[in-house]
Ligand binder design. Sequence first.
Ligand code: PMP
Length: 475
Amino acid sequence: MAIPVSNSNGSHQREVNDLATLRAAHRGEGLALNQRHMNRQLGRVLQTLGFDREWVRGEGPYLIDSGGERYLDLYAGYGVFGLGRNHPFVKAQLHELIDSDPPSLPQLGVSTLAGLLAQRLVELAPDSIDAAVLTSSGTESVEGALKLARAATGRTRILYCRRGFHGLTYGSLSVNGNEECRERFGPFLPGCDPIPFGDLDALAAELRRGDVAAFIVEPVQGKGVYPAPEGYLRGAQELCREAGALLVLDEVQTGLGRTGRFLALEHWGVAPDMITLSKALSGGYVPVGALLASRAVFNATFDSMERSVVHGSTFGGNDFAAGAGLASLMAIENERLVDRARELGDLLMELTRPLQERFEIVHAVRGLGLMWGIELGPPSGRAGRRVWETFERRQPGLAAQMVTVPLFREHHILTQVAGHHMNVIKALPPLTIPEEEIRRFAAALETVIADVESGLLRGYASLGLNLGRRLLFAR
Ligand code: PMP
């Protein structure tokens, strides 16, 4: 098939039929194409913030733009790039796999690679886990957890946490604790009720009704970067067991070494009934996820030959996804990346926690391993507080943007704001990040925060309002 190549005003030029030529012919057109055929509002956000680079390559922890500039990517594709981009070992394994013409997706048949991935994941999970459903995304893993929980308990109610995030399809959205994600999409799955994160009394009160199928929770909430308080997950496990409800830990973001343990649940010795995984399991190459479950929960859904395909999806467990998953697990093990995440996470915390004492606007620094966040808040003085409140009224979360924008533009470091209207800046460094880049990030952050704080009573107000105006205007 030949694809016509047109120039930017749409007039026809020539036809090409290979990807390399097609890409070369359209260099620099990514944003224009997005604005023509895809998410225009996203394009406007990128332009407003000045994040509209043309990315031409990815290498380890770096994104490289068309001018050859390297940007340290601490956004890491929402955590997909735990191994960094285009990891040489995973790449070589996938080359080999593609060249071997594997018998992927026989459907009425099984795949050895899928079985091996399931086996390895079960081995790496707590003893409570015995089976896996392979999926193609985080939200698909969560959807499976909700279905299996209902089937296993014969109950319908699902508890979830405020601020919790589990994906954007209907089941996951029904247990999403962020109103801005749900707005205009209701009604949702009946029987899904929010409780405050970290509050065992609230959980116990809901469980007491005796109708709860499952409680789903992230070990570290991605929105705002809130690690579970000490004792919370163990307490939740006990309460759920007593009430006959299942505990589902969503490790889509925290899993695969991110927090300094292979699974974050290991920090507290929790043994849930189900675990959801995805993101970094892909090696950054092939979408893949997994729902891990106890045998009892699994068997309650798949309990007869008739019901053998009652849950699943066409692409789940395909050979390329399973191969990417297995190769990623090998790389994590061979390069001791779980230990690395713990050591570098400790270093990042050691370097950044003092910012809390050094700056009035730094209200908290928190995280676990290489899942890290810094929360900004108003300065203590009355005048500074008034300026802060003025621009926060105009654009909540603007202070965080005041940090992420110069980090990107001046220091070439890509970070994210950790949630809608939140003044939390978040970093998910690849576990392969060089130590000196952690140090560079901490130093750059300090410089930027010092600028923001010292400018608060001078140019900052107008700078903030300008950015706020641009953001408001861009709606
Ligand atoms: N659960 C958690 C904890 C997540 O962080 C995410 C994605 N950010 C999801 C589920 C949904 O994953 P996906 O985008 O692959 O559907």
